[in-house]
Write a protein that binds this ligand. Structure first.
Ligand code: SF4
Length: 210
């Protein structure tokens, strides 16, 4: 297949760069503890300096997979699917999510929102980043706003981002992993003063699961 043919298939959403896909338990946010099949798509140019999946950034390092086949594999394990990355909205998710819906799945996505929306998405976890702000269209559709806190300024950024989502959107603060001992006490104090927020912890890292 030529590079041009490949690019067309990717643009149509027929092929997607898949870094990894696996059955596990959702570790963070509202759905913590729920069994889910994760599909981690390669590619992200948002550039968070603390990113814990930097190996996802270059999409060329990850094999292109047929979107229908990924959906069929995932749905055999579990009907809750989490699309993550990288930044999954870099890609056209129409074919993958249409097939997953045909197979009876509920589709969650974890996204920075920096790219236009595509696909059929049942649960949107929006995690805005200063280096690549979300497109306006996604704020009103997010079910969950998950802000990663690395320093005190990030709490201010979190408050500003919370003003852009709907009143029904759940608000979560989650420490960047390497800073957790320093940041969680601050998050705890902040939440007691601002009880609309909740705390999210990366439980999968304590459980040693992916
Ligand atoms: Fe990493 Fe996510 Fe930031 Fe991309 S948006 S650099 S994948 S933390």
């Amino acid at each position: 297949m030529t590079k041009e043919e490949q690019d067309i298939l990717m643009k149509e959403g027929k092929m997607l760069p898949v870094m990894e896909h696996f059955y596990t338990i959702q570790g963070e946010g509202f759905h913590t503890g729920k069994a889910a099949y994760f599909i981690r798509l390669g590619g992200c140019d948002v550039g968070c300096h603390w990113c814990d999946v930097k190996e996802s950034w270059d999409p060329n390092l990850h094999p292109l997979m047929n979107a229908v086949e990924i959906a069929e594999t995932a749905a055999k394990y579990c009907k809750t699917i989490v699309l993550t990355g990288g930044e999954p909205l870099m890609w056209n998710l129409d074919i993958l999510t249409k097939k997953l819906k045909e197979l009876g799945c509920t589709i969650h996505i974890e996204t920075s929102g920096a790219y236009p929306m595509s696909g059929i998405l049942d649960w949107i976890t929006l995690s805005p980043k200063k280096t690549g702000l979300p497109k306006e269209e996604i704020y009103q559709k997010a079910h969950e706003l998950k802000m990663i806190i690395f320093n005190n300024n990030d709490l201010k950024f979190a408050e500003a981002q919370a003003e852009k989502v709907t009143d029904n959107c759940l608000l979560y603060l989650q420490s960047e992993w390497s800073k957790r001992n320093e940041i969680y006490p601050k998050i705890t104090d902040f939440i007691m003063e601002n009880p609309r927020w909740r705390s999210s912890v990366q439980t999968h890292k304590y459980l040693n699961i992916p």
